[in-house]
Write a protein that binds this ligand. Structure first.
Ligand SMILES: Cc1cc2nc3c(=O)[nH]c(=O)nc-3n(C[C@H](O)[C@H](O)[C@H](O)COP(=O)(O)OP(=O)(O)OC[C@H]3O[C@@H](n4cnc5c(N)ncnc54)[C@H](O)[C@@H]3O)c2cc1C
Length: 379
């Protein structure tokens, strides 16, 4: 294979939301950026596809024409227990629905137009070097050199990234699986529902076009107990929640087979490793119950772009950029990740969840407070 010797100021490993948003911001300020993405655009991803409104101005600022896309705006939350109780609550800030298929592809097109070199179907296999001599990024399509490297590879750290385990906020050692369908159904476009079932919960809300997203998270153990048969698990476990049974029974499924991911864990990780800046899920993931992993990834890209631009303008060293990004990241997300981690414990358990939802029903101020802990302000 021919070795490429191209040199960029910034290399981004992973072209999901966080990586593409970072690339667009840097490119708009004249930084040369390469993004490596192991898949091809457009493609579907396991995600609930509800984005908190806090990200609306940011995405519009990057050039995503949200206002023209006629997207569903979501301002009401319903949370049900397996026992059939539904908590109703307005969402003060609210959110909007857009499929990852549409959003990631739109950001990819914007990045390409801005001169970002996006290498699709290109897996990064190793990174060598350090900030003082620069980095060599080894990929399935050849090697490239870069002055800085950012890891936005999502929830699965590649082998060449060495994370310090003592940094992690110890989550339960559970492995989760995520399952997603696009469906056509009669469900209000201004509403999101979260339905609890034994060891999991399932969200439903409208996205762009004619589709709704139906996405759930449960333990790998739950699937194993049902002979690794998703359909059987849905019918024996998820259908115990009467609302879910109704949604599953009355929807038209766009594809018979869902998208599934496994080995999902939620914890706070770290903002750099071996001189590589980390962002998005790579730096820490939040339970989807809190619904805001995408906004966190996008916000992190903004915090990191600010620090990198100071570095490229020679206003701070690489070491200072790492430290300042770490500080900014913790200030923005520390509380949010902890809140998500503790909230997760209240859900997916028949009696506890029913009790918690009834309590929250009687104390709407507390419900508002909990919801606001998991959201940020616009940026
Ligand atoms: C079940 C579930 C439901 C969720 N629902 C919501 C929701 O409703 N709202 C919300 O805001 N968040 C939700 N989230 C969280 C959200 O999906 C993530 O926080 C978000 O996708 C993180 O974006 P990212 O850019 O960090 O990672 P990703 O979007 O995962 O992107 C990482 C990219 O890196 C690429 N990659 C990985 N390794 C390599 C490599 N070695 N070389 C090249 N490319 C590589 C991958 O192909 C991928 O495209 C949910 C998560 C789960 C599991």
């Amino acid at each position: 294979m021919e070795t490429q010797t191209e040199h960029f100021e910034c290399a981004v490993i992973g072209g999901g939301l966080a990586g593409l948003c970072l690339a667009v911001q840097l490119a708009s300020r004249g930084v040369s950026v390469v993004v490596f993405e192991k898949n091809k655009y457009p493609s579907h991803k396991v995600c609930g596809e509800y984005i908190s409104m806090e990200s609306w101005p940011f995405l519009e600022g990057l050039g995503v024409p949200l206002a023209r896309l006629n997207l569903p705006e979501i301002h009401h939350l319903g949370v049900s227990s397996e026992r059939g109780f539904m908590l109703e609550h307005p969402l003060e800030m609210g959110g909007f629905g857009i499929s990852r298929y549409s959003l990631d592809n739109c950001l990819f097109e914007i990045a390409s137009r801005m001169g970002v070199r996006v290498m699709q179907e290109c897996r990064v296999t190793d990174v060598q070097g350090n900030p003082s001599v620069g980095f060599e990024i080894r990929t399935s399509l050849g090697n490239i050199r870069a002055k800085t490297v950012c890891g936005s590879y999502g929830k699965y750290a590649p082998q060449f990234i060495h994370l310090d385990d003592s940094n992690a906020l110890k989550a339960d050692s559970q492995n989760y699986i995520g399952v997603k369908y696009h469906i056509k159904t009669n469900f209000p476009s201004n509403r999101i529902e979260l339905h609890n079932f034994s060891d999991g919960y399932c969200g439903i809300s409208k996205v762009d076009g004619e589709w709704h997203c139906l996405c759930y998270l449960t333990t790998a153990q739950n699937l194993l107990a049902n002979g690794k048969d998703v359909k059987r698990m849905e019918e024996t476990v998820l259908y115990q929640n009467p609302f879910l049974k109704n949604h599953f029974s009355n929807a038209e499924f766009v594809n018979a087979q869902p998208l599934i991911i496994s080995n999902v864990q939620f914890n706070k990780r770290q903002t750099d490793a071996g001189g590589i800046f980390l962002l998005g899920d790579a730096a820490g993931s939040i339970t989807p119950l809190c619904g805001n992993g995408m906004s966190m990834g996008m916000r992190a890209s903004k915090l990191l772009a600010e620090q990198l631009l100071l570095f490229f303008d020679q206003k701070q060293s690489h070491e200072e950029a790492l430290k300042n990004y770490h500080r900014a990241w913790n200030a923005a997300f520390g509380t949010r990740i902890r809140a998500g981690y503790h909230l997760q414990k209240l859900f997916g358990k028949s009696r506890t969840t029913d009790f918690a939802l009834k309590l929250l029903h009687r104390t709407p101020w507390l419900t508002s407070q909990l919801i606001s802990l998991t959201h940020g302000t616009t940026f």
